[in-house]
Design a protein around this ligand. Structure first.
Ligand SMILES: Nc1ncnc2c1ncn2[C@@H]1O[C@H](COP(=O)(O)OP(=O)(O)OP(=O)(O)O)[C@@H](O)[C@H]1O
Ligand SMILES: Cc1ncc(C[n+]2csc(CCOP(=O)(O)O)c2C)c(N)n1
Ligand SMILES: [Mg+2]
Length: 387
C-alpha cells in the first residue's frame, strides 16, 4: 500500500463531514492544509473565544513498548495526552493533526489499529481529525499529535495564577499509571526493576530529607497493616492500574467546571504531582504545601504497592502520566466546587494549600504515634527525558 492509500486506510470514513462541520471544520483531510472556522464550532462557548493549541509526541521505547501498550492504546493515548493539555487550560478540544513516522515492521493493519484507538479517543472527546503527516522511520514508531481547542476569550487558566492562601486540588487519582507500567514491565519478565529505575530515589534524596524511598518503612507499614483483598479483587486492581496506564481519562469536564468557578491555576499531571506542583509554585511565586494524609491513595494502588513491597507514594508524587488536573482555587470557592463535582459524579480531592513564598513544595507528615506534624521538602523531580 502506498502512502496515500495508507492514509485513506487509516483515516477514511471515520468521521462524517457533518460531524466535523459541527466542530467548525470547513476542509478536512485531503488538501495541503485544513481549514476551520472556530467561531462556527459548536463547542458550548458563548461569546468571544480564543484558540488554545498543544502538541505532544510519543516515541516507541520511550513512551510505550510492545510490552506495555497495544497499538490501539498508543493511538488513544497519543491523543488523550493532548486532550489533557487543553483541559489544563480550561478549554474544549476540537481539531487534531496527526504526524506519524512508521517503521516497516508496522504493516497496514497495525497502523489501522493504532488509528482505531485514536478515533475512539477522538469520538469520546469530540475531536475532529483534520490532517497530519506521514513518513517512514528506520526503526521505531513516532506519533505526534497537534490539538486545537477553544476557551472563553482571556479566560484560559494558567499555571501562574495561584495566590497565597488558596486550596490545592486534584481531579482524579494519581500514581496508578506508573504502578500499571511497573506491573506491565514486571509481567513482561524482569523488566519491573529496570522499568521503575526512573521512580527510584536518587542517592542524596534521603539525606536531604526528601520524600521517603520505597525501602523506608512508615507509610508502607501503615498500609500493610490493613486488610488485603482476595483473588477476584486482585484481578480488578490489576485491570485498574493497566487501564490507567493505557487509557488515561483527561479531565475536560472538570477543567470546564473549574474555569467556570474561577479556579486560579491548573496544570495537568504528565510528569508527576511533585513536578507539576513545582511548576505552579514557580510560575506563581509561592509555597505549595501538600498534606500527606489527604493524598488520594487508591485501593488498587495500595494493594499493588503492598504486593510489590514498594511505596505507592513514590508513584503518586513522581510517577506521571496520570493526565488528571492539579490546581488551585480560593478557599471560599471550595465548597461550591466540591458540591458541583459531587453532583456531576466527578472526583475532587483537596490535597493542600498555597502559602506566601519562598517558592517550593512541601509535604506535611503527621506522626501516627504522637500526632506531631513536620514539613518535608518535596524533591523537584519527575519524569525527565534528559535526566
Ligand atoms: N498520518 C496522517 N493522519 C491523518 N491525516 C494525514 C496523515 N498524513 C497525511 N494526512 C493528511 O492527508 C492529506 C495528504 O497528505 P500529504 O502529506 O500528501 O499532503 P501535504 O501535507 O500537502 O504533503 P507535503 O508534506 O508534501 O506538503 C493532507 O490533508 C494531510 O493533512
Ligand atoms: C516503556 C515505557 N517506559 C517508561 C515510561 C514512563 N514515561 C515515559 S514518558 C513519561 C512522562 C510523560 O512524557 P512527556 O513528558 O513526553 O509527555 C513517563 C512517565 C513509559 N510510559 N513507557
Ligand atoms: Mg501539560
Amino acid at each position: 500500500m502506498d502512502e496515500f492509500a495508507s492514509i485513506t486506510h487509516w483515516t477514511g470514513r471515520r468521521q462524517s463531514a457533518e460531524w466535523q462541520r459541527a466542530r467548525g471544520v470547513l476542509l478536512g483531510i485531503g488538501d495541503d492544509a485544513a481549514a476551520v472556522d472556530i467561531t462556527g464550532a459548536s463547542d458550548g462557548i458563548l461569546g468571544a473565544k480564543h484558540m488554545v493549541l498543544a502538541v505532544d509526541t510519543m516515541v516507541e521505547n520511550v513512551h510505550f513498548s510492545s510490552e506495555t501498550m497495544r497499538d490501539e492504546d498508543v493511538g488513544y493515548k497519543a491523543l488523550a495526552a493532548n486532550v489533557s493539555d487543553i483541559a489544563a487550560m480550561g478549554g474544549v478540544p476540537l481539531h487534531a493533526l496527526v504526524s506519524v513516522a512508521v517503521p516497516k515492521s508496522y504493516g497496514p493493519e497495525r497502523m489501522r489499529r493504532l488509528y482505531d484507538g485514536l478515533y475512539e479517543c477522538a469520538e469520546r472527546y469530540g475531536v475532529a481529525v483534520i490532517g497530519g503527516d506521514t513518513t517512514s522511520s528506520p526503526d521505531r514508531l513516532v506519533i505526534s499529535v497537534t490539538l486545537t481547542g477553544t476557551v472563553e476569550a482571556g479566560r484560559e487558566v494558567r499555571r501562574s495564577g495561584a495566590k497565597p492562601g488558596e486550596g490545592v486540588f486534584l481531579t482524579g487519582a494519581v500514581g496508578l499509571s506508573a504502578a500499571g507500567l511497573h506491573l506491565l514491565l514486571a509481567e513482561a519478565g524482569g523488566g519491573g526493576a529496570a522499568g521503575s529505575a526512573k521512580q527510584r530515589l536518587q542517592a542524596g534524596d534521603v539525606e536531604a530529607g526528601h520524600v521517603m524511598p520505597h525501602a523506608e518503612a512508615g507509610y508502607l507499614e501503615l498500609i500493610q497493616g490493613q486488610e488485603q483483598d482476595g483473588e477476584r479483587e486482585t484481578g480488578q486492581s490489576r485491570a485498574a492500574l493497566v487501564a490507567a496506564h493505557q487509557r488515561p481519562s483527561p479531565s475536560v469536564r472538570a477543567g470546564r467546571l473549574l474555569l467556570e468557578h474561577g479556579c486560579s491555576s491548573l496544570n495537568d499531571v504528565s510528569d508527576g504531582v511533585a513536578s507539576e506542583a513545582w511548576e505552579i509554585a514557580e510560575a506563581s511565586g509561592l509555597r505549595l504545601v501538600l498534606r500527606e494524609s489527604s493524598l488520594p491513595l487508591n485501593d488498587a494502588l495500595k494493594e499493588y504497592g503492598v504486593d510489590a513491597s514498594l511505596n505507592p507514594q513514590e508513584w503518586m508524587l513522581y510517577g506521571g502520566e496520570d493526565y488528571v488536573l492539579l490546581g488551585t482555587i480560593a478557599k471560599d470557592k471550595l465548597e461550591e466546587v466540591r458540591d458541583v463535582f459531587r453532583e456531576e459524579g466527578l472526583p475532587f480531592f483537596e490535597i493542600g494549600e498555597t502559602l506566601e513564598g519562598p517558592v517550593g513544595v512541601e509535604l506535611v507528615r503527621e506522626s501516627a504515634q504522637s500526632g506531631d506534624e513536620r514539613n518535608i521538602p518535596v524533591a523537584k523531580r519527575g519524569y525527565n527525558h534528559f535526566g
